[in-house]
Design a protein around this ligand. Structure first.
Ligand SMILES: [Zn+2]
Length: 165
């Protein structure tokens, strides 16, 4: 743990040194999207690019807060609870490698009306990462990943930032 923290500090110092402030006048460029990645907290596998994070509100959220996460400001973190009372803090995103391998989609107890869900797991170590949500019309059993109209809810405690933020 200490070694990891030290590495972060070194990385920050190196990044600061690499910015040359004495050269050309500042050029106005659009803010880059985050280049960070969400990684499986268990094995470090790449789960999703931070640029795919999209705030999708659930009417079932018990609480919500905007946080700076994965190099992005204003990331919506929602507290959601399953029917047996287990709570999860989740962030939502439109892409990634999280795989919903269950044969069937569930349409009951959904946090997002009109969407069916499956648990989704890390495609390397199979640990639970969150859930994939898909509109009922396109939630067929062959689908393991979200379509362009589907999305993911990632459990914040089950993912890490690739960068040290
Ligand atoms: Zn993993």
């Amino acid at each position: 743990m200490y070694g990891e923290a030290l590495f972060c500090v070194l990385l920050v110092v190196f990044s600061a040194d690499s910015i040359d402030v004495s050269s050309t006048p500042p050029v106005k460029t659009p803010l880059p999207r985050s280049s960070d990645f969400l990684l499986c907290r268990h094995c470090g596998f790449n789960i999703a690019s931070a640029s795919t994070i999209t705030n999708i509100k659930s009417p079932a959220a018990l609480a919500e807060v905007n946080q700076t996460l994965f190099g992005l400001d204003g990331v919506l973190v929602q507290r959601l609870e399953n029917p047996i009372g287990i709570g999860f803090d989740v962030v939502t995103g439109k892409g990634g490698t999280c795989i919903g391998s269950a044969q069937t989609w569930q349409s009951e107890h959904t946090w997002f009306p009109g969407h069916a869900w499956k648990a989704c797991t890390c495609s390397r170590c199979s640990q639970l990462i969150g859930w994939v949500f898909e509109p009922l019309q396109t939630a067929n059993s062959l689908r393991s990943y979200a379509s362009t109209n589907g999305f993911y809810a990632f459990i914040l405690d089950h993912v890490n930032s690739e960068k040290c933020t």
